[in-house]
Design a protein around this ligand. Sequence first.
Ligand code: FAD
Length: 298
Amino acid sequence: MDLKRAIIDLMPGPLVRTFAAPYISGKGIASGVAKADELHAKLGISSTVDLLAEEVFSREDVEATVQVYLRMVEALKDRPFASISLKPTSLGINESEEYCQANLRRIVSAAAVHGMHITLDMEDRNFTDVTLRMFKAIRDEFDNFGIVLQSRLFRTSEDIKNLHAKRCKVRICIGIYKEPADVALQEKPDMKDKLFEHVQLLLQHGHYPEIATHDEPLVRRCMAHLDQQGVAKDAYEFQMLLGVPRADLQQEIVKRGQIMRLYVPFAEDWKYAVHYLKRRLAANPAMALMVMKNMFGS
Ligand SMILES: Cc1cc2nc3c(=O)[nH]c(=O)nc-3n(C[C@H](O)[C@H](O)[C@H](O)COP(=O)(O)OP(=O)(O)OC[C@H]3O[C@@H](n4cnc5c(N)ncnc54)[C@H](O)[C@@H]3O)c2cc1C
């Protein structure tokens, strides 16, 4: 274990919670629903609500997670401004692809009844193939299912070209996981140039890009280019994480008449949330620094 990881593992839960507090709506589904309502009513912002879960291994825990997602569908079904995001490692991928796919299908089919959109988050490169396979199989059947692709991976342009004959909503982001140089770009400016290319490639292939970045110059570059190309404003949207301070930019996007969507995680159990957040901190130690900067405005 490296030193950085060891230090993060030793961080007390309350400290991790302090770092993470701006990014989480609170405890329980109701906190996610309340945050989605508040963002929509006050700011015209849409949400994608997510259960912050530790990697789940036992069938019992996977089933409990599925049940939370099914309750989320019920709780959010009358809110067209809200969607749901979920992760394969919370839904049985550690047991088998078939099992995970069956669980995903249960949630997507329940949401489909209400026309509610579900996004399959993308985890590290070891899960890319299986996540795409499960996505494609379920997308064959359901229109309310989208996926995430990561611009840092060399494979992503091909993945876009081979994604699906049907129109897909695709969250395109640089990717949170550090990946080795044989499979991924290593420098952020290169990842962001690639993201800009991927947005255009997605549109060319008939998909709907959900541009997920907090990088203001990149957001502006996308807007200017897509406006200049005459791309309709409802052919794509922007996404950011709850808690990252981009209020002015978000309002500008809303005023353009476009969907601006925030990722709104809630915790069912702080213990699991803390484990999960420690992994995120280990994957991206700069996050702690960013939170400090955001909190103290330096
Ligand atoms: C809605 C949404 C969903 C996502 N889903 C996935 C996913 O499924 N899989 C995946 O691998 N990645 C996902 N990501 C993460 C994404 O891949 C990037 O790691 C993350 O957005 C940071 O990249 P950036 O483009 O914002 O650029 P950066 O250069 O990393 O950030 C630009 C600036 O934004 C601010 N900022 C960025 N991130 C944070 C943060 N966490 N806390 C505080 N300030 C911050 C900082 O001021 C930073 O300087 C998601 C991101 C968003 C917005």
